[in-house]
Design a protein around this ligand. Structure first.
Ligand code: MF3
Ligand code: CO
Length: 246
């Protein structure tokens, strides 16, 4: 069963999501060659605490940090480290916030200084795919209409969609039903209803779709070492269409 949220619950998800998006905006201004992802993680932790909220990832299945910071060929779940970002890198910053027992979840992939035109096309395409998916998050559509909108756009641009990780329902928990793959044919899965809240999150590889998990048990990297991008928003399926909460 996909949970339907009432007005009070939606307000709390809205609050958690707002803190998440403010945080990503703040981090975006900090990102530059020379900063470490561990420094970004510390900024994020302090910001969330100052807002009276909680980092949603820290401690989740023993995850050790506030952010996931995935650099270049890292797909998702990069663990913040003392390695400095450098000119030309791309870095996916995934942030989750809990507020009053409700959750928001969002990711942006940022460029570090000047990046290659091919990397910038990857970011643009992933962002477009997310937005196309969001447009399909409307009452009467089905879950895989979102999946198809994302996957077909990515493949049309010559990139590949990661299969192993999916978008998800969110709200009372960080991960709820349904799973939202970023590929597949339209017209499948549950019908969307007003009051559902989804984290939609395409992960797009410049090269081949295959990934592997590093020995830390968390970090997914591309098998071919080529860059990968990730964008994510928390989206309310409203009476009058999708509302991006992050
Ligand atoms: N946005 C990711 C997700 O929805 C982040 C989870 S990281 C974890 O799965 F550490 F919390 F697992
Ligand atoms: Co998510």
């Amino acid at each position: 069963m996909i949970p339907i949220k009432n007005k009070g619950e939606i307000e709390k998800i809205r609050k958690a999501s707002r803190i998440t998006s403010e945080l990503l905006f703040l981090l975006g201004k900090e990102i530059c060659p020379g900063i470490t992802t561990l420094e970004l993680d510390r900024i994020a932790f302090n910001f969330i605490k100052r807002k009276g909220a909680e980092p949603a990832f820290k401690g989740y299945r023993s995850y050790p940090a506030t952010l996931c910071t995935s650099v270049n060929g890292e797909v998702v779940h990069g663990i913040p480290s003392s390695i400095e970002l450098k000119e030309g890198d791309i870095v996916g910053i995934d942030a989750g916030v809990g507020f009053d027992h409700y959750y928001g979840d969002s990711t942006r992939t940022f460029s570090v200084g000047k990046i290659s035109s091919e990397a910038s096309r990857l970011l643009k395409t992933t962002r477009e795919a997310l937005n196309l998916g969001i447009k399909k998050a409307v009452v009467g559509n089905r879950v895989s209409d979102i999946s198809y909108a994302i996957g077909s756009h990515v493949e049309k641009k010559g990139y590949s969609v990661v299969r192993e990780f999916v978008g998800h329902g969110i709200g009372r928990e960080l991960h709820e039903e349904p799973e939202i793959p970023n590929f597949g044919s339209p017209g499948q899965g549950s019908f969307l209803r007003s009051g559902m809240v989804f984290a939609i999150e395409p992960m797009v590889n410049m090269g081949k779709k295959e990934i592997k998990i590093l020995k830390n048990g968390w970090t997914a990297v591309t098998s071919d070492g080529k860059p990968s991008a990730h964008f994510e928003d928390t989206v309310l399926i409203g009476e009058d269409g999708p509302e991006v909460l992050t």
